[in-house]
Design a protein around this ligand. Structure first.
Ligand SMILES: Nc1ncnc2c1ncn2[C@@H]1O[C@H](COP(=O)(O)OP(=O)(O)OP(=O)(O)O)[C@@H](O)[C@H]1O
Ligand SMILES: [Mg+2]
Length: 499
């Protein structure tokens, strides 16, 4: 059978970066095909070429056996290629249906939304998705936005659907839902290219796996004929330890103390939170996303108001302090949403490295920035965190998703913190970088730092945390010591039950 897609000898040269270096990719019709590889390996670039967002420097694309040229996403859509991007592209101020018909070729001067809305709802029902076509995109959860993106692509007639790291921002339950939809699409004969860093997911859903490494295609293998270790080695080029080594648990003085903390707000408001984190300890917060984890972090870092209760850091009352005063307590914060709170996309890598400390010695003195020191510091972080960038002058928005995350991590962990707040620190990171971040957090703990780890990946919390607090609807359902770790029990607590 002729494959639905053949990409041959694709080359993409960006200024200073050879992102795709003679990549070959063959995808069979009706299959789910995984594209894997380290951060910056060239996965998104290859898919952006296929979707007409970038022109390849050279190479050929065959679709159902015929050579095609894809000069724009419009062309791609006409050929039946749809894409859901790593960072979503919906317009928040418009409604769902307005987003769906945006750019449709046959739109009239006065939009008639009713027919499209009805057809869209019917299409959603076919995939068991309930969607209000008139809801504003800004009111939807990330998972809902993603479903809208997928449906939008299908609504426009996609036969081949590209999903660029769709699970990075989803809860485990949403991942299960997404996999159901993907399998249904496959049964209908549609083809899916699926990008993910998570080995488990790839083995659960994909038929074939292609690995990219340093811009080149390594190999394509049926997923049934390989295993995690082999795949990890193919991606990283060395053996990986899929486990973390930790020193003995020796908790010291209390670093963070929360006493009966309440916050107000519409969703995820905190209700009577009391907890402690000691020196030399990682406290993990487990819970389904949206159960108050954001409010918990915001209340500590001064980003939201505490309406009742007290928060102490190293014995100082920091309740309702300003974010800067909190950071001055040698607190590092790796935020959940790096685009909103972790970086400024249009600034360079080196400027992003000083967002927190620019006003302090040795980064500046007498009101002037000390560029020599700033540059040396930036070079060091790029080196030790293995950030793939042509240099520290590069605009951070041009780095691959995982490498942007590494810049934020490097900045925060190199500030010699006493207390690290890490929200989903490895979201979007490849396995090599994940290993590095986990080792770094454990090293912080081993040298006497206190770490608050918030993650929706239960596996990550179970491996790293010395104690686990489970959150549900803004409350703590219970705090477990290591000897009491039990996946089923934690799962029940995450769903609001505690016996
Ligand atoms: N618009 C651009 N301008 C300049 N360089 C770019 C641009 N887009 C990507 N690059 C570079 O090309 C390389 C490949 O990036 P790409 O986004 O394809 O990686 P990726 O495999 O998707 O990584 P990740 O897993 O982190 O998402 C990176 O080194 C990146 O810095
Ligand atoms: Mg990418």
């Amino acid at each position: 059978m002729v494959p639905i897609l053949e990409m041959k000898n694709i080359v993409k040269q960006f200024p200073g970066v050879l992102a795709n270096d003679n990549v070959n990719l063959i995808v069979e019709k009706g299959s789910i095909h995984a594209l894997m590889g380290e951060n910056g390996a060239g996965k998104s670039t290859l898919m952006n070429i296929l979707y007409g967002l970038y022109a390849p420097s050279s190479g050929q694309i065959l679709f159902s056996g015929e050579e095609i040229r894809i000069a724009s996403p419009k062309h791609a859509i006409e050929h039946g290629i749809g894409m859901v991007h790593q960072h979503f592209m919906l317009i928040p101020a418009l409604s769902v249906i307005e987003n769906v018909i945006l750019g449709k070729p046959d739109n009239k001067k006065v939009l008639e939304l009713k027919n499209d809305a009805e057809a869209f709802v019917a299409l959603g029902a076919r995939y068991n998705m309930k969607i209000d076509p008139y809801a504003l995109v800004s009111d939807l959860t990330v998972g809902q936005q993603q479903r809208v993106e997928i449906l939008k692509a299908i609504y426009r007639g996609a036969e081949l659907l590209i999903l660029d790291e769709p699970t990075a921002v989803l809860t485990p339950q949403e991942v299960t839902e997404l996999f159901k939809i993907m399998n249904q699409l496959k049964e209908e004969g549609k083809t899916i290219i699926f990008i993910s860093h998570k080995l488990k997911e790839v083995f659960a859903i994909c038929d074939t796996i292609t690995v990219l490494r340093l811009g080149r295609s390594q190999s394509s293998v049926p997923s049934a004929s390989t295993n995690s270790e082999e795949l990890a080695e193919m991606m990283v080029g060395r053996k990986c330890f899929l486990d973390v080594d930790k020193g003995p648990y020796k908790p010291g003085e209390i670093v963070l103390k929360m006493e009966h903390v309440f916050t107000k707000g519409t969703h995820g408001a905190l209700s009577d939170i009391s907890l402690e984190i000691k020196k030399g300890e990682i406290l993990g917060i487990a819970g389904v996303d949206g159960n108050g984890q954001d409010a918990l972090i915001d209340s500590i870092t001064g980003l939201c108001k505490v309406s009742d209760g007290k928060i102490f850091i190293k014995g100082n009352d920091m309740t309702n302090s300003s974010p800067r005063d909190v950071l001055e307590q040698k607190v590092s914060h790796i935020p959940a949403d790096r685009h909103k709170r972790g970086m400024v996309s249009t600034m360079s890598v080196k400027e992003n490295m000083i967002l927190i400390s620019y006003y302090k010695k040795p980064f500046s003195s007498g009101g002037f920035l000390n560029w020599k020191y700033i540059e040396k510091n930036a070079e060091e972080i790029v080196e030790s965190f293995n950030v793939k960038t042509p240099g520290i002058e590069e605009v951070i928005g041009k780095l691959s998703g995982g490498n942007q995350q590494k810049v934020v991590l490097g900045r925060e962990l190199s500030r010699d913190p006493d207390f690290v707040i890490a929200a989903h620190p490895v979201r979007g990171l490849d396995i090599g970088a994940t290993e590095y971040v986990h080792e770094t957090l454990v090293a912080e703990r081993d040298r006497g730092g206190a770490v608050l780890l918030v993650s929706t990946e239960l596996d990550e919390v179970l491996t790293l945390a010395d104690r686990i607090a489970v959150m549900y609807e803004g409350r703590i359902m219970g705090i477990l010591d290591k000897e009491d770790y039990d996946v089923t029990r934690i799962g029940m607590m995450m769903a609001g039950q505690n016996k």
